[in-house]
Design a protein. Sequence first.
Length: 172
Amino acid sequence: KGGVTLSGGEPLLQPEFCEAVIDGCHENGLHVAIDTAGAVPLEASKGAIEKADLIILDIKDIDDEDCIKLTGFSNAETLKMLDFCEKIGKAVWIRQVLLPGYTLKEDKLHRLGKFLKPYKCVKKVELLPYHKMGLYKWEQLGIKSQIKDIEPPGEEEAKKAKEILLEYGLNC
């Protein structure tokens, strides 16, 4: 019947706007998902999360230190959001970028699978192979990318990653 995904950038940087859009969509019978990295503090984003039908949550890296190295930010708020979704029974799809040398490591994938396994709110895990399509943005902004020389993973690597997460009973 149709639906709307609030995406961005980061839609939860404007939580009141998200809530208003969700209300309008629901008035018109539309399903609403929020696609987020979960970095906005829960205190600010809670209302929009409660109103949405689905949260599509990017876990940039399961290890906090590596998440900070990779993105400049902790994964603490993201994991708090996941805990909140579990508490209120909000459906969540997890997205994990498969980045060789970072998130595409067997031990990391096992840690991710072990971590996600007990969450009943996690309905799906999407594995997204890293690609280089956005590198031009870094160049335009004059920012040096630490991952520009990394090659995207092959089909076999992506298949192995999926097999690991399936071991934990995740819908992947």
